[in-house]
Design a protein around this ligand. Structure first.
Ligand code: 13P
Ligand code: SF4
Length: 346
């Protein structure tokens, strides 16, 4: 039960002392965020991992985030993930091998244009390494616009992977949406090279299953039922949803919007349901509504990090046993590190 778990976690942490840091993403369950040393969005977590000198980084999030932590931390630090099942489906929508093939098609279709690949943090280390090799970088939802600007200073067009919605929303933010086109890697033969010939942004066909569920009807319904409500959504939502909302931002930007609200305000939040529930607990003076009511869902990947696994992981580390170690190969670590470093310097 929870008391027993609390005692066991406390005992393991006491034994480990400063040797361990527990990082938790904003979408983790209550039992995890209450026990993490730091809770934040993908960008903040990668910064915290980089700054930490703890021997063990227990990463309560998904595999691509833990991989990035391994890339960023020193070689004598070990990154562990409480559940190896925690894999973001969107990150799997742009496999490095498949991107290699698409890159060959794209660069052949546009021989005179310098394309700079930019990958969302939600991708695996081999794709981040590919981006570094091709002169590109990584971004998160909190700095995608700056990453696009960086890339467009160095080349003629951005290939953005894997989230087409974040890519489109970022192009809008920069006022270049008219020249953002989709490239379907699953059917390159149907692609008209003329359509991408003078594009500023080429969008990969990837998306988040949690955020694609939100629709303009959800925004309209909440506004009809709560005329004073403000709407904040994650930029992984479709373009029209972001346009209908009052604000869009990373999971921590969503947190900040509610934290900064005046008592009595109502905020409808379009993102993963655990964060919506945390916001309700953290800010009882604000009315926090899930944007799609009962239809809002959790992220199946994030949910895999069960508090019992965290207990087990800490006890194993305290006993000197390293489990579920996330280790990127040295060459990928070097290259992905370049792509992540370019982001951290933006
Ligand atoms: P943030 O970078 O905003 O935390 O988002 C990560 C994510 O996976 C959202 O679905
Ligand atoms: Fe991936 Fe979506 Fe889950 Fe974020 S919410 S980790 S993008 S599946």
């Amino acid at each position: 039960d929870e008391d027993d778990r609390e005692d066991r976690i406390a005992a393991a942490r006491e034994a480990l002392g400063d040797d361990v840091i527990v990082l938790g993403h904003n979408y983790q369950r209550r039992e995890i965020v209450e026990r993490a040393d730091f809770v934040g969005d993908s960008y903040e977590l990668s910064k915290r991992a980089a700054e930490s000198d703890a021997r063990y980084v227990v990463f309560c999030g998904v595999t691509f985030m833990a991989e990035s932590a391994d890339v960023i931390t020193d070689d004598d630090q070990t990154v562990v993930l409480p559940s190896m099942e925690a894999s973001c489906p969107m990150a799997g929508m742009a496999e490095a091998l498949q991107v290699d093939a698409a890159w060959a098609d794209l660069t052949a279709a546009l021989p005179d244009r310098e394309i700079v690949p930019v990958t969302y943090m939600n991708s695996y280390a081999d794709l981040k390494a590919f981006c570094a090799e091709q002169g590109g970088l990584v971004c998160t939802s909190s700095n995608a616009h700056r990453a696009f600007e960086w890339a467009l200073e160095r080349g003629d067009a951005v290939l953005f992977l894997p989230d087409k919605h974040l890519g489109e929303n970022t192009a809008h933010r920069l006022g270049i949406a008219g020249r953002a086109v989709e490239w379907d890697p699953w059917a390159p033969e149907t692609q008209n090279p003329d359509a991408v010939a003078d594009a500023d942004v080429v969008l990969w066909e990837g998306y988040c299953q949690v955020h694609e569920r939100f629709s303009v009807e959800h925004v309209e319904r909440v506004r009809a039922e709560h005329p004073d409500a403000k709407v904040v959504v994650h930029p992984e939502c479709r373009r029209e949803v972001v346009e209908a909302a009052d604000r869009a931002g990373s999971t921590s930007a969503i947190r900040a919007a509610v934290a900064d609200a005046d008592p009595g305000e109502t905020w409808a939040v379009g993102t993963e349901i655990h964060l919506v529930r945390h916001l309700r607990r953290w800010h009882p003076e604000v009315t926090v509504l899930p944007l799609c009511g009962d239809a809002c869902v959790d992220c199946n990947a994030m949910r895999q990090v069960d508090p019992n696994y965290l207990t087990w992981m800490l006890e194993e580390l305290a006993a000197g046993r390293e489990r579920n170690v996330i280790e990127v190969t040295p060459e990928e670590k070097r290259l992905a590190g370049i792509a992540l470093d370019r982001m951290l310097r933006l």
